[in-house]
Design a protein around this ligand. Structure first.
Ligand SMILES: Nc1ncnc2c1ncn2[C@@H]1O[C@H](COP(=O)(O)OP(=O)(O)OP(=O)(O)O)[C@@H](O)[C@H]1O
Length: 386
């Protein structure tokens, strides 16, 4: 089932004993099938706003409609079963296996065993965990990133039209976080759920959001627009401050590696004799080559003029220390290439098989194109009446 629209109309929350509302008359229209990211400083009310959607927190006033229906009309348990929910540190039940965790909502919905089991396996496949290997493990037997994947599989198990994600990738290291973000983008391109995603991290918001709601105190909406529009024209100084100084670089997080034409470079196999390889490389215009293993995975960077004395290509050059997938952002490609002598990042598919390369010149060209487009937009909008 794909997404449905959610509308918040003048929604407020005053916690018992508090004078100041945690959320003060927030109104937002979240489009069906899109990802809306709530971003804002700690304590501004992001989580409270999100949890009022599935009534884990009851609003003090205002109305929330989901697909046109007032969410107070539904029994809270029924409502929560129809909305996927994923939180930081995965929130898995430690005493249950992966399969039992993923089956939580299907069991509540009284699906039969066969249907539940098939769905669990389908969900594990979807989030990139081989069911045979992971189904019977306990959460403590998984890495942080794998636990988050199971958390996402659990949230999606009953095929809810709406998915609420509260800093779901906040507790993992930056590399795992980037790959979980890529997975979410891939899933969303397939599933078109209405996703509400809470984060502190503006770069994450830019990468994942179709729209970003920049929230201030009491969940006041400082700006609600596409990432590109917010980066190009922040509504005020608070929003600019939140974006930081590197708006141009953050723009790179908007573009996927797969959106630009990948470059090529000479490739070699591990078994190719170094002398033969050096002659071949001299005949090309490439300074560097990528050595691939039998499965086509990139393993080493080798420079033509350094290979002469090597006994084999497995020990020549330097290891390929970082790669990016076609789903990664250009920002991640930039991070990768800054750490290589070749100033080039190797691009691989989901199975780690070599697809091409992306160099610093490709990124500079892309930034130029983005700037030119914004300059054309500004000139075309007639914004300056003087
Ligand atoms: N149960 C509660 N009782 C009283 N006040 C609360 C309660 N839960 C949250 N608050 C207050 O409401 C405000 C908003 O909290 P909320 O958790 O929604 O913010 P947030 O933007 O999600 O913060 P963070 O990014 O730090 O998670 C905060 O000032 C918080 O202290």
């Amino acid at each position: 089932m794909s997404g449905v629209p959610i509308v918040l109309d003048e929604v407020s929350k005053i916690y018992p004993g508090q004078e100041v509302p945690a959320v003060d008359r927030v109104s937002l229209e979240l489009p069906a099938g899109g990802t809306t990211v709530f971003v804002g400083p700690s304590g501004c009310g992001k989580t409270t706003t999100m949890r009022m959607i599935n009534r884990l927190i009851e609003p003090s006033s205002g109305t929330i409609t989901i697909d046109g229906e007032d969410n107070r009309r539904l029994d809270p348990d029924t409502l929560r079963r129809s909305i996927g929910y994923a939180i930081q540190a995965s929130g898995l039940f430690p005493h249950m296996t992966v399969a039992q965790n993923v089956a939580t909502v299907p069991r509540l919905l009284k699906w039969n065993k066969k249907r539940t089991r098939e769905r669990v396996d389908e969900m594990l496949e979807l989030v990139g965990l081989a069911p045979g290997d992971y189904r019977d493990r306990y959460p403590a037997q998984l890495s942080g990133g794998q636990q988050q994947r199971v958390g996402v599989a659990r949230a999606l198990a009953a095929d809810p039209p709406v998915l609420l994600m509260d800093e779901p990738f906040g507790a993992v290291d930056p590399i795992t976080r980037a790959s979980l973000q890529d997975e979410l983008l891939r899933l969303q391109a397939e599933l078109h759920k209405t996703i509400v995603f809470v984060t502190h991290d503006f770069s994450e918001a830019v990468k994942l959001g179709d729209r970003i709601a920049v929230l201030g105190p009491g969940s006041s909406v400082l700006q609600f627009d596409t990432p590109e529009a917010i980066l190009a024209n922040p509504a005020d100084e608070t929003v600019s401050g939140f974006i930081g100084d590197d708006a141009a670089l953050k723009t790179l997080t908007l573009r996927r590696v797969g959106d630009v034409n990948l470059g090529t470079t000479t490739t070699a196999t591990l078994s190719e004799p170094p002398a033969e390889f050096a002659a071949r490389l001299r005949g090309s215009s490439d300074e560097w080559a990528v050595v691939l293993d039998q499965s086509g995975h990139p393993v080493r960077w080798v420079r033509g003029d350094r290979v002469a004395g090597a006994t084999d290509l497995a020990s020549a050059g330097e290891p390929v220390s970082s790669t990016v997938t076609v789903e990664a952002s250009l920002q991640e490609a930039l991070d990768g290439l800054l750490s290589t002598a070749s100033a080039t990042t190797v691009v691989v598919d989901r199975d780690g098989v070599y697809r091409g390369v992306i160099g610093i010149d490709d990124l500079v060209d892309e930034l130029r194109r983005i700037h030119k487009r914004h300059a054309d937009d500004d000139a075309g909008s007639g914004a300056d009446p003087s």
